[in-house]
Design a protein around this ligand. Structure first.
Ligand code: NAG
Ligand code: NAG
Ligand code: NAG
Ligand code: NAG
Ligand code: NAG
Ligand code: NAG
Ligand code: NAG
Ligand code: NAG
Ligand code: NAG
Ligand code: NAG
Ligand code: NAG
Ligand code: CU
Length: 811
């Protein structure tokens, strides 16, 4: 619905810089709500908040969304063009050895293309291009094939290329198995564990089992799960599947269906579980292996049934949807909540430059390229500060949600979300809610089923002025204070029940922050016997404990590629000094050391935050002889996985048990995890442990692998949804002796007020333009009817002129 009260503010005008130019003696009275004009026409009811003294010049505010620039180099991480992707797809179908079927027509036993996207070029080649005027690296497509036309289905990563802007090169384009980026050397192949997961075989299996106890589901919960239109229950279970002793085992449980559009099913577990051995593709070989209910395991359906019909059998209540599980407004309206909350504005328009085509962004002294991939979504490349690279690459690697519980479903759940992909689920952002209304939006695209889906407005870029200053100081003569304006690029991926918000922010002091927040629906547990694994959060519901651990790659290049990790420990000591009369003084000092090899590079944040880690360059000292560097610190919630040697994950997420891990950079180790690590947890395509082979880490090209996350023990406040305010984690990278002083002194957005005796004698604004512009309040809100969802373009056959709208979410 269009913002219904926009009339209220139409034509409301104020001076954006009234704070600086001439503060009102009593700003509170000037802003009394009732005095706001309620007329629609912009010429009527204007209210000039120009204070009491000099009348500023009124100019027009700028509504530039960004300044257009050309990226200095082409973006080698920016993704395939539509033409390239279509050409590769056509070429793949022409290779008879792949025996491909078009996705729309494919069944269980047909080979299909799962992915066609740009393969990131090797760092060596990119640096040669960026720094030494070398050639643009050859472009290759990373293709994933889903081989199902065989008894043992598998995924296959292959490389196709080189490719030209016009597409596949006639004669020279080749394919080869993609193996070098993976620790497991099996020609880019990994088994497809749940080739049948999405469709008929598993459903038929599960409904057949459910049918054998439909009398019990009707009696317990008044419903059935039989694959019929009148089902009021659903059945699903663990991820990843159990993969021990050569068997593939599922656990499934019953959930209430919701009765409306709200996505509340993960809040409606029912507490009955069953185990099936589903090894192999032949359902005749599958076996139901037992039932679990209220703390008792029954080996057969008959055993469960006879217990159920034994007098005295305890029947536990259902979880039923209600307003408690719905996110719409609920409860009494809060005092003054119908008045509009504060909103931020950009009187001069966006103060940053974007090459929208190349996805290169420049703000103040920072610049970077934007990359985007199916598995991990947004990444930032060639991040430069004051013209020099500080990070070659910064981006998400994997996100783990490891649950635990007394029941086999919670106990068996350890989502590795790059399996689903962060790219495909970064939906259009809601202007004015996900990002400030004035933000600049960019699109992202990914390949699925011979189409390219474009998420419109799925990245937002904006500046924001924090509610606290970056610097201040008061004396009896003056007060000096600096605005804290920062720049953020953000995306949100809704992977199933959860919404992850990723924000990368840049600050005037040269620091860079990485933040992740989580919202959406929790996956909850049935309450019975679960006290040791969660709080009881509703009548029949337990908030299921889980760890969110998200791994980020930070490939620092401080003053060149060769860097060292420095460790500075603050320690308590008892020591004597020449001046202490021979008496020991209890005090503290610094212990300085360096991480020498990969044998000592898997680290934890020190207790009491007493350990500082930084990436420094021993060959680049500042004018006082200190090494220049960037400090790496957790700003909030930098955690690692509580579970040691997880039974669910085995070798699939060995990155998760430390806080900060350092390796020597190799083109063969571009990512900490593979999207299909969950398909073979004992022998995953990428086993992060294999990165650590004792290599020397002194003055060499280093990569930091950093974990962020939350120990999430949902409480009543997680209903209906977890809130971003508490489910929040962050890392900070800040200059350490990198420059000779604080770079934020350069900003003109600071002020010094000289005063004395109750009078101001001077106001120094450092040349900041004191002119004003008239801001209409209405631009602060946006037309939400513009929201579109994904736009899809067909690639095979390539049909760029007939895009259609279709948004797919994980259910
Ligand atoms: C503010 O400026 C407007 C436009 O120039 C003027 O009409 C109005 O009188 C001024 N208000 C005050 C309080 O000076
Ligand atoms: C090709 O795939 C089809 C199924 O799409 C299968 O029936 C056929 O056997 C496969 N051919 C070869 C040579 O593998
Ligand atoms: C990238 O580096 C890997 C590992 O050294 C190598 O196998 C591969 O061929 C390189 N790719 C290109 C395009 O040169
Ligand atoms: C590739 O070369 C072959 C043989 O020269 C030719 O028939 C075909 O049309 C060419 N394809 C493209 C896309 O240029
Ligand atoms: C659901 O529909 C089926 C077939 O249409 C019917 O036999 C069954 O009784 C219905 N179940 C319930 C619970 O209404
Ligand atoms: C919980 O179960 C009880 C029966 O034990 C039932 O009466 C109640 O409605 C259930 N509560 C909810 C919210 O589903
Ligand atoms: C995003 O895609 C839409 C639809 O194709 C297009 O109109 C718009 O210009 C794109 N936005 C940017 C910033 O490229
Ligand atoms: C690292 O540890 C391995 C065994 O754990 C050892 O073989 C190797 O020599 C060590 N490397 C260094 C550089 O200390
Ligand atoms: C690592 O390399 C540096 C520089 O080459 C050398 O001084 C140091 O001894 C090496 N460290 C180890 C543990 O081998
Ligand atoms: C980085 O250090 C290695 C030795 O570890 C050296 O071979 C290489 O030349 C250095 N690279 C640069 C760009 O300084
Ligand atoms: C401050 O200003 C007031 C009124 O303008 C004046 O009376 C007073 O003398 C001034 N005080 C000083 C210390 O300048
Ligand atoms: Cu959570």
């Amino acid at each position: 619905m269009k913002f219904s009260s926009s009339l209220l503010f139409a034509g409301f005008v104020y001076y954006a810089d009234d704070v600086l130019s001439a503060p009102s003696p009593n700003p509170k009275t000037a802003w009394v709500r009732q005095s706001r004009p309620r007329k629609a026409a912009s010429s009527v009811g204007k209210r000039w908040l120009n204070g009491t003294t000099a009348q500023p010049v009124v100019g027009s505010c700028s509504d530039t969304y960004y300044t257009q620039v050309l990226a200095p180099k082409s973006n080698v991480w920016g993704g395939l063009t539509d033409v390239e992707a279509a050409s590769v797809t056509r070429w793949l179908f022409a290779q008879s050895e792949f025996n491909l079927t078009v996705s729309d027509e494919a069944g269980e036993w047909d080979n299909t293309i799962l992915l066609v996207e740009l393969m990131h070029p090797n760092k060596t080649d990119v640096l040669n291009y960026l720094d030494n005027a070398g050639p643009v690296p050859d472009r290759y497509a990373h293709v994933v094939l889903d081989h199902r036309a065989c008894e043992e289905p598998y995924y296959e990563d292959i490389l196709v290329g080189p490719i030209d802007p016009s597409g596949v090169k006639n004669g020279t384009t080749r394919w080869e198995p993609l193996e070098y980026p993976y620790t497991r050397k099996t020609a880019g192949r990994v088994r497809n564990l749940d080739a049948d997961a999405d469709d008929t075989l598993y459903s038929q299996w599960i409904y057949k089992i459910s049918a054998t106890i439909s009398d019990i589901t009707l009696d317990l919960w008044g419903g059935t799960a039989l694959g019929l239109d009148n089902d009021t229950l659903s059945i699903w279970g663990i991820d990843p599947l159990w993969q021990d002793d050569g068997r593939v085992v599922r656990w499934d449980t019953f959930w209430s269906n919701t009765v409306d559009n709200f996505d509340a099913q993960t809040l409606l577990p029912l507490g009955l579980y069953f185990r099936s051995d589903v090894t192999g593709r032949d359902p005749c070989q599958w076996k139901l292996e037992g039932w679990y209910y209220n703390g008792v395991f029954y080996e057969t359906t008959e055993a469960f049934r006879s217990a159920y019909y034994t007098p005295g059998f305890a029947k536990l209540g259902a979880n039923v949807e209600g307003n408690w599980a719905r996110t719409d407004q609920f409860g009494p309206v809060l005092p003054q909540d119908n008045a509009h909350p504060p909103a931020s504005i950009t009187p001069s328009g966006a103060r940053f430059a974007v090459d929208a085509e190349s996805k290169w962004i420049q703000w103040m002294d920072f610049s970077f390229y934007v990359g985007y991939q199916r598995d991990t979504g947004l990444s930032l490349w060639d991040i430069r500060y004051k013209g020099e690279r500080v990070l070659y690459e910064l981006g998400l690697q994997e996100a783990l949600a490891h649950y635990a519980g007394q029941d086999p479903i919670q106990s068996g759940t350890s989502y590795l979300d790059s399996y689903y992909g962060f790219g495909p689920y970064a939906f259009e952002l809601v202007k004015g809610y996900d990002c400030p209304a004035y933000a600049t939006y960019l699109n992202t695209s990914f390949y699925v089923s011979e189409t390219t889906h474009t998420h419109l407005n799925s990245l937002c870029l904006f500046e924001y002025t924090a509610d606290y200053p970056l610097q201040r100081h008061s004396t009896s003569d003056y007060v000096a204070v600096t605005k804290n304006t920062y720049f953020t690029i953000r995306s949100v991926s809704t992977v199933g029940n959860y919404d992850y918000m990723f924000s990368y922010s840049f600050y005037m002091d040269g620091s860079i922050n990485v933040e992740v927040r989580a919202s959406g629906y929790i996956q909850s547990a049935y309450f019975a016997n679960n006290e040791e694994y969660g709080y009881k959060i509703h009548d029949n519901l337990s908030g299921s404990m889980h760890d969110h651990v998200l791994n980020f790659k930070a490939d620092f290049d401080i003053k060149g590629i060769n860097n060292t990790v420095a460790v500075v420990n603050q320690v308590s000591v008892s020591t004597t000094y020449p001046w202490s009369n021979g008496k020991a003084r209890n005090t503290m000092k610094l212990e300085k050391s360096y991480i020498e090899t990969e044998n000592q590079s898997r680290l934890f944040w020190g207790a009491n935050s007493a350990t500082q880690y930084s990436v420094i360059n021993k060959d680049a000292v500042n004018k006082y002889g200190e090494y220049r560097g960037y400090r790496i610190s957790p700003s909030l919630g930098a955690i690692h996985l509580t579970v040691e040697d997880s039974s669910n994950l085995v070798n699939a997420a060995r990155w998760a048990n430390h806080d900060i891990q350092v390796t020597k950079h190799h083109d063969t180790e571009p990512r900490a995890a593979h999207a299909y690590n969950n398909q073979d947890v004992h022998n995953p395509p990428i086993n992060f442990d294999a990165f650590f082979n004792g290599e020397n880490l002194t003055q060499t090209d280093l990569v930091l692998w950093l974990n962020l996350g939350m120990h999430h023990i949902p409480h009543t406040g997680d209903l209906p949804n977890t809130v971003f305010s508490t489910a929040h984690a962050g890392l900070s990278f800040s200059p350490l002796n990198y420059l000779d002083g604080d770079p934020s002194r350069q900003t003109v957005n600071q002020v010094r007020i000289d005063y004395g005796g109750g009078n101001v004698s001077a106001i120094k604004t450092f040349g900041q333009d004191e002119g004003s512009c008239a801001v209409e309040y209405t631009p602060v809100e946006v037309d939400l009817w513009d929201y579109k969802g994904d736009v899809v373009v067909r690639k095979f056959p390539f049909d760029p002129n007939d895009p259609y709208y279709e948004t797919d979410a994980i259910v």
